[in-house]
Design a protein around this ligand. Structure first.
Ligand SMILES: [Zn+2]
Length: 244
C-alpha cells in the first residue's frame, strides 16, 4: 500500500524546456545545442549538457537521453544509463532524481507527470509519432507503474505551429484519422498540421486531467531551434523529473 499524501510530499514533478541561449556551440548550433546527432562538436554538446545538469541541480550522470526514431517505443527506466536508450521515443520512470530528456526542433516535446503515483514521462511526438500513437503507448506504460490518466498533467512544449506546418493532403488525412483536431490550414491556405491540437485531443480522450500548452512556435521564435526553418541546426530539450 502506498500513502499518496506521503508520496505527494516526497516527490514533486519538475518540468523544464530549454532554448538556444547560453551555450557553448558555434553556428549553426548556437548556442545551447543538446543534440549529439546533428553534427555539432561533441565537446560543446557535453559542456552544454553539463551546464543543464548544473542548472537543474542534479549530477550529470542522472540525465537520461534516447535515440529517437519517430516510433512508438517506450522504455521504462529505473536507473541512470551511460548511453542513450536506443530506438525509443518515450522514457518513463518512477525513480526520483532521474531526469528524462527529449530532444526536439519542431516536433512536440510532451512532458507527462503524475504527482499522485510519482511517475513521469518524456515523449518525442512528431507527425509519425502522433499517427502511430506514441502518447497512448506512453500512458499505458505509466499505468503499469501505478499511474492513473486522471492524475496525469501534460505539458505540450514548443513546436512548429499549424500555420507553419504545411503537409500534403494525404499526410494530413493520415494524422487526422487519429487526431482530427490536428487538421488545420496553414497561413498560405494549404493543408497543415497542428500537432499540439491533435495531441491535446488524444490526451483528453485518454482521460488525462490537465493539458497545458507552451504556445511558442519553433519556426517563428528565433530563440528556439527549428529544423524546418534552418535545416542544419541544434536541438532543444524537454526535461521532466521527480524532484525531492
Ligand atoms: Zn508558427
Amino acid at each position: 500500500m502506498r500513502d499518496s499524501s506521503a508520496a505527494l510530499s516526497a516527490v514533486r514533478p519538475r518540468r523544464v524546456v530549454t532554448d538556444r541561449r547560453g551555450g557553448r556551440s558555434a553556428a549553426p548550433y548556437d548556442s545551447f545545442n543538446l543534440g549529439v546527432h546533428v553534427g555539432d562538436d561533441p565537446d560543446a554538446v557535453a559542456a552544454n549538457r553539463a551546464r543543464l545538469a548544473g542548472e537543474l541541480g542534479v549530477p550529470g550522470d542522472r540525465l537520461l537521453w534516447m535515440t529517437q526514431v519517430h516510433g512508438t517505443g517506450v522504455a521504462i527506466v529505473e536507473d541512470a544509463e551511460e548511453n542513450p536508450v536506443a530506438d525509443v521515443d518515450a522514457l518513463v520512470t518512477a525513480t526520483p532524481g532521474l531526469v528524462l530528456c527529449v530532444l526536439v526542433a519542431d516536433c512536440v516535446p510532451v512532458l507527462l507527470a503524475d504527482p499522485v503515483a510519482g511517475v513521469v514521462a518524456a515523449v518525442h511526438a512528431g507527425r509519425e509519432g502522433v499517427r502511430a500513437g506514441v502518447v497512448p503507448a506512453t500512458l499505458a506504460a505509466m499505468t503499469r507503474l501505478g499511474s492513473r490518466p486522471g492524475d496525469v498533467e501534460a505539458l505540450l512544449g514548443p513546436a512548429v505551429c499549424g500555420l507553419d506546418y504545411e503537409v500534403p493532403a494525404q499526410m494530413q488525412a493520415d494524422v487526422a484519422r487519429v487526431a482530427p483536431a490536428s487538421a488545420v490550414r496553414t497561413r498560405r491556405g494549404t493543408p497543415g498540421l497542428d500537432l499540439r491540437a491533435g495531441l491535446a485531443e488524444v490526451l483528453r480522450g485518454a482521460g488525462v486531467g490537465q493539458v497545458v500548452h507552451d504556445p511558442r512556435c519553433t519556426v517563428e521564435d528565433p530563440r528556439l531551434f527549428s529544423h524546418r526553418r534552418d535545416g542544419v541546426t541544434g536541438r532543444q530539450a524537454g526535461v521532466v523529473w521527480l524532484g525531492s
